[in-house]
Ligand binder design. Structure first.
Ligand code: AVI
Length: 332
């Protein structure tokens, strides 16, 4: 009986599913808002307005992450360069989510000034950001060999593996690993490890556990920029998916659990309300939450454990002067 059902159901149920959604964004949004607790993915924060709001976040005095990691790349460039060039074999530098390469730019300048032979392979989902980056690097480091790769991390990492014939050094900066929960981050690291070979390395930026007030303030700013960053996703859904969120009835709420290190943002529905997204009607109870984003904070022991479980050897933790952020250097 169950065999029959298994044979029949996928065929009958898959067809309307394909017709129902116009794209993966639509599907993720409707499915996420129909689960309990309701969920939206923070990767969708970054439309042009979200990009600008994130720039504003990085300039807020409370948001320490960018300054801390920039300090590491500005003041500990030699240490980082020594670590990745120790075995003296040529390598290629692959950056996941390169953006404007603000931090890695210091390392690129240093390596180029010391005549290290390498190619730089920035990976980013935005072709526009990559063109601006190539323009900037052509100006700043004229002889740098750049191979820009536009697309999703893992797909582009596969391409980079096919193109590059040298040792690989992967950069994953900005604390972006924090936007996965610890289990997802573990799987992510294991997947990257699977694509690498002995001698290859990865440098990952982790935001560290610290005074909980410091963490919470970075995501709960009084000026309301982080709130606007979250609310913008509802506006994006309105704009792109013909939805009718009335954003005055949603309020940003931030929490930080200093034991687990999970810093989470939510939107709270301020009233009983229905929201329409194309053909779907979704009911929000008063005080019901949408889980919007996790920004996971780590203890050094948790980083060590993650590296070992994923099959890497942790060779150095490079911290900023306050000890708030770490760039952790792992080798296969
Ligand atoms: C991109 N990412 C590392 C940021 C973070 O700190 O989790 C996104 C962010 N969300 C709110 N403020 C910043």
């Amino acid at each position: 009986m169950s065999l029959q059902l298994n044979n029949v159901l996928p065929v009958n149920s898959a067809a309307p599913e394909i017709e129902k959604y116009e794209g993966i964004f639509h599907k993720d949004v409707v499915e996420g808002l129909n689960t309990y607790p309701k969920k939206l993915y923070s990767k969708y924060f970054y439309d042009p307005i979200g990009d600008r709001l994130f720039q504003d976040i990085m300039h807020m005095p409370e948001y320490y992450l960018t300054d801390c990691e920039l300090e590491i790349f500005r003041t500990k460039t030699l240490e980082l360069a020594d670590l990745i060039t120790t075995d003296e074999s040529d390598f290629d530098l692959i950056e996941l989510g390169a953006g404007d390469a603000l931090k890695s730019g210091h390392l690129l300048q240093h390596l180029s000034a010391h005549h290290t032979s390498y190619s730089y392979m920035p990976i980013d989902i935005s072709g526009n950001i990559l063109s601006l980056l190539v323009e900037k690097l052509d100006r700043d480091i004229p002889n740098l060999d750049i191979v820009p790769l536009e697309g999703e991390y893992f797909e582009m990492l596969d391409q980079a593996m096919n193109i590059s014939k040298r040792r690989k050094v992967v950069l994953f900066l900005g604390g972006n690993i924090g936007n996965m929960d610890m289990d997802e981050a573990q799987l992510f690291c294991a997947e990257v490890r699977r694509k690498l070979s002995p001698g290859d390395m990865i440098i990952i930026g982790f935001d560290l556990k610290k005074n909980p007030h410091t963490v919470l303030s970075a995501y709960n700013d009084k000026t309301g920029i982080t709130s606007a960053f979250n609310i913008n996703l509802l506006n994006r859904i309105n704009r792109e998916l013909e939805a009718d969120f009335d954003t005055q009835y949603f309020q940003h709420y931030q929490s930080y659990d200093p034991i687990s290190g999970a810093c989470r943002s939510f939107l709270v529905s301020l009233t009983n309300q229905h929201v329409h997204i194309k053909g779907d009607s979704i009911f929000f109870k008063e005080n019901e939450l949408i889980d919007m984003e996790i920004s996971q904070k780590y203890a050094p022991e948790e980083i060590q454990r993650m590296a070992s479980l994923a099959g890497f050897q942790l060779i150095a933790n490079i911290e900023d002067s306050k000890g708030w952020f770490v760039d952790s250097v792992w080798r296969v």
